[in-house]
Design a protein around this ligand. Sequence first.
Ligand code: SF4
Ligand code: SF4
Length: 314
Amino acid sequence: MKTPLVFSVQHGCIHDGPGIRTTLFFKGCPLRCAWCQNPESWKPEAEIAFRSHRCIGCGQCRTVCPAGLLLPERRDARACTSCMACVRVCPSEALILVGEACSEAELLACLRPEYPNFEATGGGVTFSGGEAGLFPGFLAGLAERLKEEGIHLAMESCGMYDSRHPAMQDLMGHLDLLLFDVKIHDSALHKHWCGTASEPVRVSLKEAARAMVSGKGPWVWPRLPLVPGATDDAENLKAWALFLEGLGIRWLTLLPYHDHGISKRRWFEGMSQSPQTFRTPDTQDLRRAASLFEARGIRVYGPGEEDFQGMAFD
Ligand code: SF4
Ligand code: SF4
């Protein structure tokens, strides 16, 4: 069983499922979307990030580095021994460790103080990433504990998981809601923008929809990041609308792209910059995209506006 590293625990989230939620972000993702806002999630291993805007130039990191690296700018991963002396000494948290091992017991201890907020708002816990579905064994165990404690469970996914893996089926059986990212339908274009073919995503979505309809899986809620110039092409949106209609899914969230997080790529030694910049969609872009789904009978929501309880399928 692969044990994931956690790179963030965010309490008080309101866009990751119903009510107020705590979202657990696990490290590791098979995709490399050009517009990704969480590039710190890509590698499954722990990494040192340098946030230059916080650096006060004290030079302490360079003094303590046993490998003699010219910190903080030069962090040659091959020479670094991962001793973390630089991270510990940095007074302004400009150097930070991204990704920490957390046991199931530690995660439960961190989540339990939030239970009253979940109860008061109909919220719960959301597994996110990265791709949380890369770690079905660990998450199925955690999910089982959380369900025993009566907690609503959601998972955000890009669909790049093995839906036939027994542990994945176990995990799905514990989830209440699967927030499923759909991006680019055409496989060659998906490879161009996201780094892999799109067939596995469509297979996972089909399997999830089938389980939902038969009452054996979580509620499936597709979400499409609307990225002008990449995902907002009419042909792409029409292809997804047709696909969702065929699965009996008549609801979708459009996530307007924003460039928060793009600068994070500079935090990591050797990470390439995004090949292109994207603009934030305006009201007209969103309206046009929504109309293509509505033409297929699919109701379109903005983030945080979803009616997660009130949906029904034929
Ligand atoms: S973690 Fe790496 S870069 Fe930082 S002090 Fe240790 S050897 Fe040097
Ligand atoms: S210890 Fe931190 S603040 Fe000081 S130079 Fe290094 S990165 Fe900058």
